[in-house]
Design a binder for this molecule. Structure first.
Ligand code: CA
Length: 220
């Protein structure tokens, strides 16, 4: 199982990493909130361990942004002892569970496994919209049951729309979502991806809302 660890304290991070790796987890470590946020957004992890006090971007902001973008990554927040308000804030921001420092590795292990188990049981990884379905775990897209080849970026755009049916999505929002890691942000390429999705999945899959952006309609 692949775990994202976002923790700036080197000692704590090392203890978690060695402890969890000894138990068979693959651990990838981010030392600040900004890196952690991007890794959680771009990569697929089974769960994340997120410290709240972080440089560059606070843990709560990392979590809120992931959730606002529709991520259902199971998140275990690390809180300081006696800080009950951190637990409340963490849970309110979308954490699945918390663990208090100082912690014992077997407890972290047990909580992670419980989260991952719960997530795989509860999550409905296949999103369906009319005759189009998207398996969010494997990235497989089908149209009338037939598999359709889509590129990584088309997949991200489709996934974004399919989680926001009926909502107008501006070009700026799509650009932000599609190019978070790139330097080149050309908004006219959004049109290119929209037209590719239309070509592959049907012209009416995405409606242009003149002057405002795009929308995936509910009717399909
Ligand atoms: Ca910290």
């Amino acid at each position: 199982m692949r775990i994202l660890l976002v923790e700036d304290d080197q000692d704590i991070a090392e203890r978690l990493r060695t402890g969890l790796e000894a138990l068979g987890f693959a651990v990838e470590h981010a030392t600040d909130g900004a890196d952690g946020y991007l890794m959680g957004k771009e990569e697929n992890y089974d769960a994340a361990i997120l410290d709240l006090g972080l440089p560059k971007m606070q843990g709560l902001d990392v979590l809120r942004r992931w959730r606002a973008e529709g991520s259902n990554l199971p998140v275990l927040v690390l809180t300081a002892r006696g800080m009950w308000s951190e637990k409340v804030e963490g849970l309110n921001a979308g954490a699945d569970d918390y663990i208090t420092k100082p912690f014992h590795i077997p407890e972290v292990d047990a909580r992670l496994k419980a989260l991952i188990r719960r997530n795989s049981g509860l999550a409905a990884p296949v999103v369906t919209h009319g005759n189009v379905s998207l398996d969010t775990a494997s990235g497989r897209v089908t149209l009338n049951g037939e598999p359709i080849d889509v590129t990584a970026r088309e997949l991200r755009m489709l996934n974004y729309f399919m989680h926001r049916i009926g909502r107008i999505i501006s070009q700026a929002e799509l650009t932000e979502h599609l190019y978070a890691l790139d330097d080149s942000r050309e908004s006219n390429t959004i049109e290119v991806y929209v037209s590719r999705l239309r070509r592959k999945l049907g012209a009416d899959i995405i409606t242009t809302v003149r002057g405002l952006g795009y929308r995936m309609d509910e009717r399909r």
